[in-house]
Ligand binder design. Sequence first.
Ligand SMILES: Cc1cc2nc3c(=O)[nH]c(=O)nc-3n(C[C@H](O)[C@H](O)[C@H](O)COP(=O)(O)OP(=O)(O)OC[C@H]3O[C@@H](n4cnc5c(N)ncnc54)[C@H](O)[C@@H]3O)c2cc1C
Length: 401
Amino acid sequence: MTAAETSLKNFQTDIDKWMAENVPKNPGFLLPLTFLEVGTEQQLDFLREWQHKLWSAGFLGMHWPTEYGGQGADPAYQGIVDKALSAHNAPIIFNTIGLNWTGPLLLDVGTEEDRARYIKNILTGEEIWCQGFSEPDHGSDLGNVQTRAVRDGDEYVVNGSKVWTTLGNYADHMILLARTDTSTARKYDGLSFFLAPMKVDGVEARPIRKVTGEFGFNETFFTDARIPASCLLGDEGGGWRMAMKTLEYERGVVAGQASAHMSQSITLEDLMESMHDFERDGAPILEDAMIRDELVKFAIEAKANSISDRRAAIPALNTDYPFGIALSNKYRHTEYARRLKMMGAHVQGAQGALFMDDDQSYKGGFWQRAYFANFGTTIGGGTTQIQANIIGEHVLGLPKS
Ligand SMILES: Cc1cc2nc3c(=O)[nH]c(=O)nc-3n(C[C@H](O)[C@H](O)[C@H](O)COP(=O)(O)OP(=O)(O)OC[C@H]3O[C@@H](n4cnc5c(N)ncnc54)[C@H](O)[C@@H]3O)c2cc1C
C-alpha cells in the first residue's frame, strides 16, 4: 500500500469513529430528506449547527484552499466523507447552493475579494445562498429570463420575479440571473450574473407549499431593489456563460462540491428491508415472482450506475466535451431513485395511499414522502426531458427534437 493509500485508509477509520460518536440520532422532529425541503426554523437551526460541527471537525470543503476555510486535501478525501455521511445516515448538509454551486464557481471565476468575502461563511453555514434562475414560464427556457437589472450609478435596480427559489426565505445571498440589456441580437447576450444580497429593501420571498405538504422553495419578488454594482460576477452581459458554468456544477458534470451529501440516500437494501413487513396472497411479498423480477432489475441498474460512475472518474474517458458519462449521471440516478421509491409505496398495497399525517400509514408515510420529494431532483437543475435532450443532441449528436 502506498503512503497516500495508507493515509486515506487511516482517514476512513478516523471519520467512521467520529461519525459513530457525533451523528445526531433523533432530533425529535422531522428532518428534511433533501436540501430542497428545509421549511421550518427548527430544521434550519438544527441543520446549521450540524453543518458547523462537521466543518469545525475538518470534514467539509476537503479539497478547497485552506485560506478560505477549506482543508486543502486531495479530492478523494471529500468522497470518503460523503460515503461516511451516507453510511451513518447523517442529516443532510443544507447549504447546498452555496457549497455546491456558488463556492466552486467563485473558486473558478470569482475575484480574490469575492472568495475571501464569501467562501468561509458558506462552509460554516453562517451565510445561506439561494439561486434565482427560474421565473414563471422561464424554467427550462432560461435564456428568456425577464427580471431586469438597470445600472444606476454604483448600484443596479432590480425588478421582476423568480420562482422555485429553494431556501430563498432564509437566504443571505442569491446567485441571480437578470437582464441588463433588452436590445441585443441574441437574448443570451443581454443577461448578467450577480452575487445579490437578499436582505435589502424591495426583496420578498414567499414560501410555496409542496405536494408533500412541506415548504422549501419560494416565489421571490424584486421591486426596485437596489444592489451594489460590485455584486456583478464577470462582465455585464456575460451572465449566460456564468449560468451555464453554474449548471455544470448543479448537474454534477464538473466536480468541486464541498459535500455531495444533499439528500438522504435510500437504497435497494432499504426497500428489501421494508418488504419483510408485507405479504401478498398470504405469503411474504419477497416470494412474489413479479416483485423478485423487479428487484433484480433494480439490482442490475444499480450495478450499471455504479460502474458508469467509476468510468466518470477515469480522466481518459472524460476528455470529450461535453462529458457524456457525467451528463447522464443526473438523469440516471434521479430517475432510478424515483422508481425505487415508487416501488416502496407500491408494495404497501392499499396502505400505500396513506400519507404522513395518517396514523395508519406505514413508517409515517416514509416511502410516499420520499417518492414525492424525489421529483425535486428530477425537475430541479433541468428536467429529465431536458437532460435527455442535452445528451441526445450534444453527446450522441442526434438531430434536434
Ligand atoms: C424542488 C425544486 C427546487 C427548485 N429550486 C430552484 C432554485 O433554487 N432556483 C431556481 O432558479 N430554480 C429552481 N427550481 C426550478 C427548476 O430548475 C425548474 O422547475 C426546471 O428548470 C423546469 O422549469 P419549469 O418549471 O419552468 O418547467 P417548464 O420548462 O415549463 O417545463 C414543463 C414540462 O415541459 C417539459 N419541457 C420543456 N421544454 C422542453 C423541451 N424543449 N423538450 C422536452 N420537454 C420539454 C419539461 O421537461 C417539463 O416536463 C426548482 C425546482 C424544483 C422542482
